[in-house]
Structure formats: structure tokens, C-alpha cells
Design a protein around this ligand. Structure first.
Ligand code: TGC
Ligand code: FAD
Length: 387
């Protein structure tokens, strides 16, 4: 039963293995001790806490589901629990981990040559190399099939022209997995920092994900050898399969962000006394807190079942879409509700709900907007694409 702090109303703890619990508790400790004391300052001053990355690597948080190249070989539920705890800290930290693992290590592992895997994966697992993923373009991200970035075959080389926008970790990254159209359809390329014709620039003035680096990437006659192409990635399905990995993580991460907001609201209601009694005694407050637990519990069930399906290799992308849509909407609504419960104090970055709320405005948009996920589920149940 719930202790009033951790929302585990259905005792999902009892469905976790010993290893899954240990992984979760280790990351939870890291978040409590290292992330929470600094994250409000990072958010306020628009700073990604790069100093935390080596410890995250030591804990095995990058590419944790791979069992080769120095990775931890954990199952998908353990991965989800890692992501949940990181996002309880901040969506920016979770973004960093999602991009490194799901959007960079995954495509290199799945679509890369042996040489590319040997070169990058051990470095990325230890965070000695940072990655980013360039799919979205300035003219619109929801329809990546119509991307304008183009890679032209010239002799044995490729020459890339185009731009990518809103790219997490862009200026931090040692390597970008960039997706470009070619005469033979969409292909993926690994472009290293410092390659002539490849430039990056940070996007400033964000009021969301302020503790995360978001960038533009420019390719101006950027010439690459054929060995930079991901040889096994053929068509739009390849980048979309990477999105499935990251969206799966977000379904868990949203539970973490919502949990932090719920805990802040509960704590506030216990301490604030109005009209002669603590807010915790007010029927209306109890209903609001109970409703948060109802919504968090549904999201936990979705994430756990998705993880068990994924561990069996039996998950469909539309199921991941349903969970990303539901869980991020749940977290955003709870963050807004918690912000309101905290009254005026709720607008201060010293209280976590407004930071999570602002972050979640990005999370509901990236990795497929809410509308895109609704339409993916709509297509699955009707058989008709209505994009
Ligand atoms: P569509 O015909 O649906 O698909 C083309 C081919 O791909 C297959 N497929 C998938 N495979 C694996 N996973 C998925 N999720 C897949 N979705 C589709 C599909 O079966 C098909 O294969 P085949 O063999 O039949 O050719 O393509 P479409 O052009 O109709 O697109 C559909 C749509 C709208 C769902 C897709 O374009 C989409 O998902 N759009 C949203 C784009 C998006 O989410 N971008 C995210 C960019 S990365 C990001 O935001 C990182 S944030 C990181 C952070 O900081 O955490
Ligand atoms: P658009 O695609 O222009 O959509 C605009 C609006 O139209 C949305 O409300 C959308 O839901 C709606 N819409 C779209 N299609 C339809 C339709 N068929 N019917 C009805 N409505 C529709 N991208 C990367 O590639 N890599 C990254 O690392 C990355 N990191 C990001 C980090 C941040 C902080 C943010 C905010 C974004 C990031 N993105 C990244 C980009 C993200 O994936 C895109 O923002 C997202 O896919 C939506 O694209 P868009 O912003 O161009 O909106």
C-alpha cells in the first residue's frame, strides 16, 4: 500500500526482479544526491550539468540494454526504471541519456558496420564520445519522410547539404547520426565534429528544457567517405525504429516527472495550514491528490506492460505511441495541477513542478507530437492513415 510518498498503489514493486529494483534504487540515489541539489540552478541559468555525465557512465546508464561493447546487458524494464528515475530529476538529464542510448548507440548497433560499432560504441558507453540525432528540419519535424537534407553520391564519397533543427546535444556531440535523402531513399550517416562543411549552433531563449543543450546543425557541401554511411539502414523505417526506442523510454520517464510533482504537492498539502487546518484535511485536496495517484498508477501499468512486451520482442510501435501519448499527457496535467496546488510558491523554480511543467511542454512535442501519436493509434485501429 502507498506510504503517502511513493505512488505504488498497486504494489508493482512486487512484479520487479531483484536486479530491476537494485538498478532503480542505484539511479534513484544518484538523482537524490547529485541531481536534485543542483538542477534548479542549472535550469535557471540554462546550463546542462555535464559534470554528472562521467558518473552516469560509471553507473552503466548509456546503452544499458546492450550486452556487448562494455554495456551493462540489462533488460528493457530495468532500462525503463533508469529513465524513470533520471526524469524524476529532470527531463533534460533524461533527454541526454535517451539521445545517447536510444538515438545514437541504437542505430550504430543496429545499422552500423563492424568498424563503426568498434569505433563508437565502447567510447559512447563510457561517455568518452557524445552523440546526437539529426532528423527534424527547420521546415517541419512531424513528416520526416519529406526531409530536404540531401546526400549526393560523388565518386566514392557522399556530399551532404541541408540543415537540422532542435537537435538535443548538437553542440556537445562528437558524432551526429544524421538522416538524409539520397537518390535511393533515406540513408543515415555518421558525421564527426570538425568535419569540414559541418557546423553547429545552440538555440537560445528556450523556456523549456533549459538544463539541456538544443542546437541547429548545418551541412554545407559536407563531404564524407562511404564508410560514414550506416550500411544496414535503408529508408525511413531506420530512423523511425530509433524513435521507437526513445519513445519507449519517455513513457517511463514521464512517470518520474509526475512522481516528483505529486510528491511536491503532497508535501505542500501536509505543511500548509489554511482556515484553521492543514490542506491535507480538505476534501478537495484529497480528491486532487487521489486523482494524481490514479493517473500515475495507470501510466505505471502501461510502462511496465510495454517493458515486458519489449523484453519478449513483442512490442508494436503503435503500442509505444499509445504509452508515450498517455504518459506524457498524464505528467503534463499533473505538473500543471501541482503547480496550482503550491499557490504562488509554485511559480518559483525552487519548487520542482514549474520546471517539470515547462520541460514537459517539450516532451509532449518531441519524439512525435501528441497529435502524431493519436494518429498512429488511429491508423492502427482503423487501418486508415489520416496524417
Ligand atoms: P510510414 O509509412 O508510417 O513508415 C515508413 C516505414 O517505417 C515503418 N515504421 C516504423 N518502424 C519502426 N518503428 C516505428 N515507430 C515505425 N513507424 C513506421 C513502417 O512500417 C514503414 O515500413 P515499410 O516497410 O512499410 O516501408 O511513414 P510515414 O511517412 O507515413 O510517417 C508516419 C509518421 C507520421 C508516423 C512518422 O513520420 C512519424 O513518426 N513522425 C514523427 C516524427 C518524430 O517523432 N520525430 C522525432 C525526432 S527525434 C526527437 O524528437 C528527439 S527528442 C530527444 C530527446 O531529447 O529526448
Ligand atoms: P510540426 O511538425 O511543424 O507540427 C506543428 C503542429 O502541427 C503540431 O502541433 C503538430 O502536432 C501538428 N500536426 C502535424 N501533423 C499533423 C497532422 N497530420 N494533422 C494535424 N496536426 C498535425 N528532433 C531531432 O531530430 N533530434 C533531436 O534530438 C530533437 N530534440 C528536440 C529537443 C527539443 C527541446 C525540442 C522542442 C524538439 C526536439 N526535436 C528533435 C524536434 C522534435 O522532434 C519536433 O519538434 C517534433 O517532431 C515536431 O516537429 P515541429 O516542431 O517541426 O512541428
Amino acid at each position: 500500500m502507498p506510504d503517502g510518498k511513493t505512488p505504488d498503489f498497486l504494489n508493482l514493486e512486487s512484479f520487479l526482479s531483484e536486479e530491476e529494483r537494485q538498478v532503480r534504487d542505484t539511479v534513484a540515489r544518484f538523482v537524490d544526491e547529485r541531481v536534485l541539489p543542483i538542477i534548479a540552478e542549472c535550469f535557471e541559468h540554462e546550463r546542462f550539468p555535464m559534470e554528472l555525465v562521467p558518473q552516469m557512465a560509471e553507473l552503466g546508464l548509456f546503452g544499458p540494454t546492450f550486452s556487448d561493447y562494455g554495456c551493462a546487458g540489462l533488460n528493457e524494464v530495468a532500462y525503463g526504471l533508469i529513465i524513470q528515475e533520471l526524469e524524476r530529476g529532470d527531463s533534460g538529464l533524461r533527454s541526454f541519456a535517451s539521445v545517447q542510448s536510444g538515438l545514437c548507440m541504437y542505430p550504430i548497433h543496429t545499422y552500423g558496420s563492424e568498424e563503426q560499432k568498434d569505433r563508437w560504441l565502447p567510447l559512447m558507453a563510457r561517455a568518452k564520445a557524445i552523440g546526437c540525432f539529426g532528423l527534424t528540419e527547420p521546415d517541419g519535424g512531424s513528416d520526416p519522410g519529406s526531409m530536404k537534407t540531401f546526400a549526393q553520391k560523388r565518386g566514392g564519397d557522399w556530399v551532404i547539404n541541408g540543415a537540422k533543427m532542435w537537435i538535443t546535444n548538437g553542440t556537445l556531440a562528437d558524432v551526429v547520426v544524421v538522416w538524409a535523402n539520397t537518390e535511393g531513399g533515406i540513408q543515415g550517416f555518421l558525421v564527426e565534429k570538425g568535419t569540414p562543411g559541418y557546423l553547429t549552433r545552440d538555440i537560445a531563449h528556450k523556456f523549456s528544457l533549459r538544463a539541456s543543450v538544443t542546437s541547429e546543425l548545418f551541412f554545407d557541401d559536407c563531404r564524407l567517405p562511404d564508410s560514414s554511411r550506416l550500411p544496414h539502414a535503408d529508408g525511413l523505417e531506420a530512423p523511425l525504429s530509433c524513435l521507437t526506442q526513445a519513445r519507449y523510454g519517455i513513457a517511463w520517464g514521464a512517470v518520474g516527472a509526475a512522481t516528483a510533482c505529486y510528491q511536491a504537492a503532497m508535501e505542500f498539502c501536509r505543511q500548509r495550514a489554511l482556515f484553521g487546518t492543514s490542506l491535507i484535511n480538505k476534501q478537495h485536496m484529497q480528491i486532487r491528490l487521489a486523482d494524481m495517484v490514479r493517473r500515475i498508477t495507470s501510466a505505471q501499468l502501461l510502462a511496465l506492460q510495454l517493458g515486458r512486451l519489449k523484453d519478449r520482442g513483442a512490442v508494436h510501435p503503435s503500442q509505444v505511441s499509445l504509452a508515450k501519448w498517455n504518459n506524457v499527457r498524464m505528467a503534463l496535467d499533473i505538473a500543471r495541477e501541482a503547480r496550482d496546488i503550491l499557490g504562488a510558491g509554485g511559480i518559483s523554480v525552487e519548487c520542482c513542478p514549474i520546471r517539470h511543467m515547462l520541460n514537459l511542454e517539450s516532451v509532449v512535442t518531441y519524439e512525435g507530437t501528441e497529435t502524431i501519436h493519436q494518429l498512429i493509434v488511429g491508423r492502427e485501429i482503423t487501418g486508415v492513415g489520416a496524417f
